[in-house]
Design a binder for this molecule. Structure first.
Ligand SMILES: Nc1ncnc2c1ncn2[C@@H]1O[C@H](COP(=O)(O)OP(=O)(O)OP(=O)(O)O)[C@@H](O)[C@H]1O
Ligand SMILES: [Mg+2]
Length: 279
């Protein structure tokens, strides 16, 4: 934990204010870049995401949104700059299972039932921990409880092919939550779903966020989805991939689908559309 003010002794006086210990941010990037050969996928990204925030990322195709998530999750190294995850290196955060991923495709193992798919990271983590002599991963809830949490009570023993796309994605979210991550990285998780299912899952995700306190970084191509979910929208631009603007969304904390019809919501949407250059 970092101490932001000098200690009393160091400040040298009884009148000095007491030290305040601030928790480290969930994600801190300092001028971080990623090059793939000649392609500058990310150029000097400065980004700070506080513990417990819900951030959405918007930007044209190829601007580096997925690369940003891969950088945060230690899947690609920075070519330049520095970064930390909850005050630690990305590698330490990965080994401690501080974060989990949800992709556009649920990618469930077809030979495992829903509950067996949810349990998988726990089983794999235990095997790896044993091999490396590290502490075993812990689960906040049982796989069955997590399935109930995402609204799939009664479907624990269903095979993936017996579940709809939205249900499969909910299994993927339960699977991502099994090792109690502090950070959830979501790359267009609802992009392949119909609008009604997406609406429903958006509300369910907000509920999960509220109940677990997990920090969420969510990539989407949908402007209304980005506004509805986020406390802040990070707008990116391409060639090279960089942050164009960060827009705080000042809507009531309890988000509702009907908010999309309000003038304030539409003002944010119009602002983002303009930034995207798609109006
Ligand atoms: N492994 C890789 N090797 C080489 N180039 C890569 C690699 N991964 C990504 N790129 C390049 O980096 C740039 C950013 O790609 P990225 O996948 O992060 O974009 P994106 O914003 O997620 O796009 P989309 O919205 O289409 O998913 C692109 O030019 C892409 O071709
Ligand atoms: Mg992508």
């Amino acid at each position: 934990m970092r101490v932001m003010q000098k200690s009393r002794a160091k400040a040298g006086g009884d009148d000095a204010p007491p030290a305040i210990a601030l928790p480290p941010p969930a994600v801190a990037l300092y001028s971080a870049s990623v090059d793939f050969g000649a392609v500058k996928a990310l150029n000097q990204i400065d980004l700070r995401i506080e513990d417990g925030e819900f951030i959405t990322i918007l930007g044209p195709s190829g601007c580096g949104k997925s690369t940003l998530l891969r950088l945060i999750s230690d899947l690609v190294p920075p070519s330049a700059g520095a970064m930390s995850i909850f005050g630690d290196s990305t590698e330490a955060a990965r080994l401690a299972r501080q974060f989990a991923f949800v992709f556009q495709s649920a990618a469930l193992l077809p030979w495992r039932t829903a509950v067996q798919n949810v349990r998988l990271p726990l089983e794999m983590g235990k095997k790896m921990a044993k091999k490396q002599g590290r502490a075993l991963p812990v689960s906040a809830q049982s796989p069955e409880e997590l399935l109930e949490f995402v609204g799939l009570k009664g479907r624990e023993n269903a095979w993936p092919h017996e579940l709809s796309g939205g249900m499969q994605q909910r299994v993927a979210i339960a699977r991502a939550l099994i090792c109690k991550p502090k950070l959830l990285l979501m790359d267009e998780p609802f992009g392949a779903l119909d609008e009604m299912t997406r609406d429903h899952l958006n509300l369910q995700l907000l509920d999960i966020w509220k109940k677990t306190g997990v920090t969420i970084v969510f990539v989407t191509h949908s402007i209304p989805e980005a506004v509805l979910l986020a406390q802040k929208v990070v707008m990116m631009k391409s060639q090279p991939g960089a942050i164009k603007k960060i827009i705080p969304i000042d809507l009531p904390a309890k988000r509702k689908l009907e908010m999309r019809d309000t003038a304030k919501f539409n003002k944010y949407a119009a602002q983002l559309r303009k930034l995207l250059g798609a109006h």
